[in-house]
Ligand binder design. Structure first.
Ligand code: PLP
Length: 385
């Protein structure tokens, strides 16, 4: 009998070791990993620099609290905000980064209404869950934080809902858990303009899309946006828990000493890992991710789009969603791919989601396509739950 709450629907695989873009289970079976631990281990599982940084910090000291000066936090914050007018608050997860963003926006503006969008996902603590539009994960947990309003994503009828009463708008430029749904460029820009006109802060949740996933440090850069607040977590420290909220320096009066905090936020091991991550997210590396992603997406579209099981393939960089028809359940495809040695993810709207480590070579990405194709063409009756 398990002594864990059954909050996770776990596959019958236990990972024992990790290599670059491969994982090996406790029976010695090796898998090609197109999950990155849900968009976390972008540099794979054995990155020399990240490992050396963490090991060296482990040998010095791994936790001191936020009572003392912290040069590593300064270094990481400086890299994250270089060339911008932003300051950083460190926490431990994506949901906490969004909590910090909502609190900062409310306190700085003196307003309370937050506008979020249909099909968006921002986390599972009360503030973040209150701006998440996913009924199955909200059922039974209400009442939620008041004055959170939902507006339709990628829809111009959302614009007039943003008024001078609104403290902030929170959105993903690509909805990840929502099925890898790309925001429409001109709509996103109109949302930003409406925010500027109404003195509303624009919070962009880059928890899944940030840190190079789309071939840019932040996905919003590809949409020519200038958010007031950015939230990060997942890949920031390649698997050591961390989150961050970046906000304009002018907001600092609302986040003065004692106003917000976290015992573990900006932990030294996480900062050591994040320093190693940021050192490797060079313009050249990001360009390679962008190109690999373009080639992989185009090849997937060419080779899979005609299948009756596929309705749409979209994505950016190495964040790709293959939306499936009702004739096949994405979770069944994930299980079949596991049997073929390929680990993948699902997302809403019956989507097969691919988030390979950013270091995966293009040839390895391309070699996976026949495996995915065969699984989409297979007879699913033979797959058991
Ligand atoms: C866009 C987005 N925001 C927030 C979160 C929540 O992050 P965490 O699970 O670290 O709390 C996620 C997690 O999937 C996410 O995809």
């Amino acid at each position: 009998m398990s002594h864990l709450f059954p909050t996770y629907h776990r596959y019958p695989i236990e990972i024992d070791t990790g290599q670059d873009w491969q994982l090996t289970d406790n029976h010695g079976q090796t898998y090609l990993d197109f999950t990155s631990g849900i968009g976390v281990c972008n540099f794979g599982y054995h990155n020399a620099l990240i490992q050396a940084n963490v090991q060296s910090q482990l040998n010095k000291v791994w936790h001191t609290s936020n009572l003392y000066q912290n040069q590593l936090q300064e270094i990481v914050a400086n890299s994250l905000t270089a060339g911008t007018d932003k300051l950083t608050f460190f926490c431990n997860s994506g949901t906490e980064a969004n909590e910090a963003a909502i609190k900062l926006a409310r306190k700085y503006t003196g307003k309370s209404q937050i506008i979020a969008f249909t099909n968006g996902f921002h986390g599972r603590t009360y503030g973040a869950l209150s701006v998440t539009d996913n009924p199955p994960i909200k059922t039974g947990f209400g009442p939620f934080v008041p004055n959170m309003t939902f507006a339709p994503y990628n829809d111009s009828t959302a614009l007039p809902l943003i008024t001078s009463e609104t403290a902030a708008v929170i959105l993903e430029v690509i909805q990840g858990e929502g099925g890898v749904i790309l925001g429409n460029r001109s709509w996103l820009q109109q949302v930003q303009t409406q925010c500027q006109t109404t003195d509303t802060l624009l919070i962009i949740d880059e928890v899944q899309t940030g840190m190079g996933r789309t071939g840019h440090l932040f996905a919003y850069q590809q949409f020519d946006l200038d958010p007031d607040i950015i939230t990060l977590a997942k890949a920031l420290a390649n698997g050591i828990p961390v989150g961050a909220m970046l906000g304009r320096a002018q907001f600092q009066s609302a986040f003065g000493p004692g106003s917000h905090g976290s015992t573990f936020g900006g932990n030294l091991l996480a900062m050591a890992a994040a320093e190693g991550v940021l050192a490797q997210l060079t313009p050249d590396f990001l360009k390679q991710v962008h190109l690999k992603g373009q080639h992989f997406l185009a090849a997937l579209q060419t080779q899979l789009a005609s299948l009756s099981t596929v309705t749409k393939i979209q994505g950016m960089g190495l964040m790709i969603g293959i939306q499936l028809s009702e004739t096949v359940m994405a979770d069944i495809v994930v299980r079949r791919l596991q049997q073929q040695g390929l680990l993948t993810l699902t997302a809403k709207h019956n989507t097969l989601r691919l988030l390979p480590p950013l270091i995966t070579p293009e040839a390895v990405l391309m070699d996976s396509i026949p495996i995915i194709k065969a699984s989409l063409e297979a007879q699913y009756e033979s797959v058991t739950g």
